[in-house]
Design a protein around this ligand. Structure first.
Ligand code: FAD
Length: 393
């Protein structure tokens, strides 16, 4: 198992750290430290484009599509330095981490040429159209329908149905949508993976207000929305395999480096506890120490995964990673609230939350998105331990 990085990798670390430092103390100092998903969105799209110009947006991709062909270790180093520099949350995340890798793995050459450069240059934002009111954990229950029809510009898919919890749809130019394209099909069969432009009359985006006061996610209604016939990834009716490919990217290596961001949050909690005297409370001290131990375990686990995977896909013990970090992070939010005491319950005039209160509220979602904790336990049981599959209808 690799326990540290090589000299060349550390040189790469210095290069990216210097670039980030120059940008975030210079022209982009205004976006430094933004943790909210929706704040200063237009400015953060400019930041995406700056990353793209410098070749730092999608570093694991082939050079011809704007990447650097960075290996997994370099991708983790990049993400670690990104968090260490307090660079803003990536508005381009769903294009760079989900849509792009899926198109690379399953898309046609024409789709790669059309979509990948605009993602890596930060010119087009993406969102994920999977969940529906009756299809969350049970994604195979998707009921949004699409059919091929003759349109003014040739054959096109016509889409009707509803998605929900669609993060950042309000900023997205494109959505990857799981639709039922075979009439009368059920479960995993007859689904297709369509790439759909968001700016059209057939799409209605309605924000959902969360307890953080923000609207990161939305309901998205499709009422005869259209996309060109060839905007389908993989074969018609065989979208399930593509959809699962995207999920493995979502649960996989892209989450490895987030411990650096978590480390920043724990450091803030420790300095708050030192400032308000909570650090002399023995229970708080134990919880801080436990959180720190969890961070070390995550780092060791990330390094083990780096040693064992070349393609970012999860196997065996690596299935434990999502449930571990999500549960750890939710507990960190609870610790932050207990360290802040009543102060944590105060909001500013227009329901403005401190970063730590937002951490507490938002981290409740960590054990839900990208597969709930219960679904993670099923994955561990079935795929890592080889236990019998749960009965499914
Ligand atoms: C912050 C956030 C952002 C999101 N962003 C997006 C997005 O951009 N695009 C998108 O498509 N979706 C998104 N989602 C939706 C997310 O994928 C779903 O919430 C998740 O899959 C769970 O589905 P559900 O909410 O329908 O809950 P359900 O599936 O209805 O689950 C309800 C409860 O039942 C449990 N349960 C369900 N099935 C089983 C089972 N077989 N065994 C044991 N327990 C079970 C679950 O664990 C859960 O506790 C987002 C969610 C959140 C919280």
């Amino acid at each position: 198992m690799k326990l540290s990085f090589t000299k060349a990798q550390e040189a790469f670390r210095t290069e990216i750290a210097d670039w980030l430092d120059r940008q975030l103390t210079g022209p982009y100092s205004d976006v430094r430290g933004i943790t909210s998903q929706t704040e200063a969105a237009q400015r953060r799209i400019q930041w995406e484009q700056e990353l793209g110009r410098a070749g730092w947006s999608a570093i694991g991709w082939p050079e011809e599509f704007g990447g650097r062909e960075a290996d997994l270790a370099e991708q983790v180093i990049f993400a670690e330095e990104y968090a260490r520099a307090k660079a803003p949350g990536r508005l381009g995340h769903m294009g760079v981490e989900l849509a792009g890798p899926t198109i690379l793995a399953f898309g046609s050459d024409a789709q790669k040429q059309r979509f990948l450069p605009s993602i890596s240059r930060g010119e087009e934002m993406w969102c994920q159209g999977y969940s529906e009111p009756n299809a969350g954990s049970d994604l195979a229950n998707v009921n949004t329908k699409a059919r091929l029809e003759q349109g003014p510009m040739g054959k096109q898919w016509v889409i009707e149905g509803q998605k929900i919890w669609t993060s950042l749809a309000q900023f997205a130019d494109w959505c990857f949508v799981i639709c039922r394209t075979e009439q009368g099909s059920q479960g995993r069969h007859g689904l297709s993976y369509l790439l759909v432009p968001m700016d059209q009359p057939g799409i209605d985006i309605r924000p959902i207000r969360q307890m953080t006061g923000e609207s990161d996610f939305n309901e998205v209604f499709f009422d005869k929305a259209v996309t060109a016939a060839d905007n389908i990834v993989g074969q018609a009716g065989a979208g399930w395999q593509v959809a699962m490919g995207t999920l493995s990217f979502e649960r996989g290596v892209s989450t490895l480096a987030q411990q650096m961001h978590f480390r920043n949050e724990l450091a803030t909690i420790i300095s708050m506890a030192n400032a308000n005297g909570q650090s002399s409370d023995p229970i708080i001290r134990q919880r801080i120490a436990k959180a720190w131990r969890g961070l070390q375990a995550m780092r060791a686990s990330a390094l083990r995964m780096l040693s064992q995977t070349d393609d970012g896909m999860l196997t065996g013990p690596q299935f434990t990673y999502k449930i571990f970090w999500a549960s750890w992070h939710r507990q960190l939010g609870e610790l932050a609230m207990d360290v802040m005491g009543q102060e944590g319950e105060l909001t500013g005039g227009d329901y403005e939350l401190s970063d730590m209160t937002r951490l507490f509220l938002f981290s409740r979602a960590d054990t839900i998105y990208a597969g709930t904790n219960q679904i993670q336990r099923n994955l561990i049981a079935e795929r890592a331990l080889g236990l019998p599959k749960e009965p499914r209808g």
